[in-house]
Design a protein around this ligand. Sequence first.
Ligand SMILES: Cc1ncc(COP(=O)(O)O)c(C=O)c1O
Length: 396
Amino acid sequence: MGGARGYANIAAMNDKPAMKPATVAAQALGWIDESTKAVVPPLHPSSTFVRDPDNQFRSGRVYARADNPTFDQAEAVLAALENGAGAALFASGMAAATAVFLSLKPGDHVVISRVMYWSLRNWLLGFATDWGLKVEIVDTTDLAALKTAMRPGQTALVWIETPGNPTLAVSDIAVAAEIAHAAGARLAVDSTVATPVFTRPLELGADIVMHSATKYLNGHSDIIAGALVTRLCDAHWEKIRAIRVQLGGVLGTFEAWLLLRGMRTLFPRVRAAAASAMAIAQHFRGHPLVADVLYPGLSNFPGHEVAARQMTGGFGGLLSLRVKGGERAAIATAANVKIWKRATSLGGVESLVEHRASVEGADSPAPPDLLRLSTGIEETSDLIDDLEAALSAAHS
Ligand SMILES: Cc1ncc(COP(=O)(O)O)c(C=O)c1O
């Protein structure tokens, strides 16, 4: 079952009042090790598990490529935060995402967001297309375009990323789910940027949620990890879990343990990052050296209305600035920061800046003047002052 199985082994807080998501995360579901009374779970590095004398595996464990007890609590916490029926950890966000597409059949039609993680888009247009998927890129912020793209009976999956990285394009999850379901397709949502702190896609009708757990879920830039959460533990979910076992894209034991530790501080980290992102967006809106600020929290941002409906409590820690003076000025601004780190990725406690067009290449929807900013949890005024100084230096 994944995630659900974990609950059986965890002294879940059955006798405690219902907890809000922030409490679930901070207490990691309130697990206590009954043998030691420890509030932090042990690591289980064992790759294999002993068979009973009568040839059975009553522990339910056979081999750690199939299953690892260290995953249980992290999967259960994530399933609870997303209000899903089960969760599965993977070796990376890419391992999680590709497992969803590999659970389809060659010949299936899939619709994907125009703005999405570039490396996954490249895999879909390369390997997955060669393998037989019919991949169609659609601007999923345009619901009429999404509806037109659907091929009832052939479209197996709609994949949206919202807010979409790096232009923060916002897709309407609830309506996308209706459109997908009407055509007999599933809806999967890459919710890495939104996090369960701000959006719960399964409650809006999505079938699967995907996270690059490398980012906010872990939050400390010290592991690569991925996760899927499902609305139903059905045959399709079992197929996805079988792909994890067969392809072997399993998370390491220590990474799973670190991920659980990271998730315990998810809410305060992500709320702080989002508050900073909002302050930075407001500060640089209308700035003489900035052509545009892309952030779903700004009332003039095209996706703001939908974001305000489906994101609760904040708009995330990712934003992009379009720097006046084009590509040269954008790259020079990144070159001049002293506190922000020039690095790829997002969702860590340290703030990162990146010129995305340089990374994504010719087919990227990232304009050449765009700098993607991932705010961390530093003092907001330090981040603003550093960007101000870098912009001035780039234009001097
Ligand atoms: C939105 C999004 N989805 C998926 C991924 C892929 O995750 P990973 O790098 O953990 O494989 C990334 C990585 O940058 C991402 O930003």
